[in-house]
Design a protein around this ligand. Structure first.
Ligand code: GRF
Length: 194
């Protein structure tokens, strides 16, 4: 059984999709913790309902950078996880965290990387840029996390069509639906290859 730790900042629908596949038995894993950098985000409630321990660690809870990094590292190390799963975590991970789990940190991004990735490409801005560029297709990418934002090795991608009358919100919803399916499958596949 894979031991996962999850980090999130937002609504947590990807986190929920992972929890759901764990409880259905499709994903042979358990979730040891949720770390958030925003104590009021939707992911927190989802964790509480699933009895997953929540840790709020941010610049507010730990204004001192060294203490902030030490707090993150402690939770991650204590849990002895196989994979760290970023599920809409909006902050770059410090090097000290990257070093704890080489090739064992995964992220999901809502575009076909390397297109529309890197600085400034987050949330609805990704889909706005895809529409502005008149792309014919888009879709989620699951990748390993490296020092470069959205730059680590690509593990999986799923294409969806982009229609000429799409709004960024409509496209985001089409991509998100696929995120919920591709993420747990990639976690299972990549995790069992380690
Ligand atoms: C998703 O679109 C994901 O690709 C990106 O952040 C968003 C998180 O959504 N990294 P949610 O919080 O999982 O609903």
């Amino acid at each position: 059984m894979l031991k996962l730790g999850v980090m999130a900042s937002g609504g947590g629908s990807n986190f929920q999709a992972i929890l759901d596949r764990i409880s259905s038995g499709d994903l042979d894993a358990c979730c040891k913790f949720l770390i958030v950098n925003n104590g009021g985000c939707g992911a927190v409630e989802r964790a509480r309902k699933a009895n997953v321990p929540v840790f709020h660690i941010s610049g507010k809870t730990h204004p001192n950078v060294a203490e902030y990094e030490a707090a993150l590292c402690k939770v991650i190390e204590d849990a002895q996880i196989d994979l760290l799963i970023l599920a809409g975590y909006m902050k770059a991970l410090p090097l000290s965290v990257l070093k704890l789990l080489p090739s064992r940190i995964l992220n999901i991004h809502p575009s076909l990387l390397p297109k529309f990735g890197g600085k400034g490409f987050w949330g609805i801005h990704v889909h706005e840029a895809v529409l502005l560029a008149h792309e014919k297709e888009s879709g989620p990418t699951v990748h390993l996390v490296s020092k470069e934002i959205d730059g680590g090795r690509i593990l999986a991608q799923r294409k969806v069509p982009v229609y000429s009358d799409d709004t960024p919100e409509v496209l985001a919803a089409r991509v998100l639906e696929q995120e919920h399916d591709i993420y747990w499958r990639t976690i299972q596949e990549y995790g069992s290859s380690l």
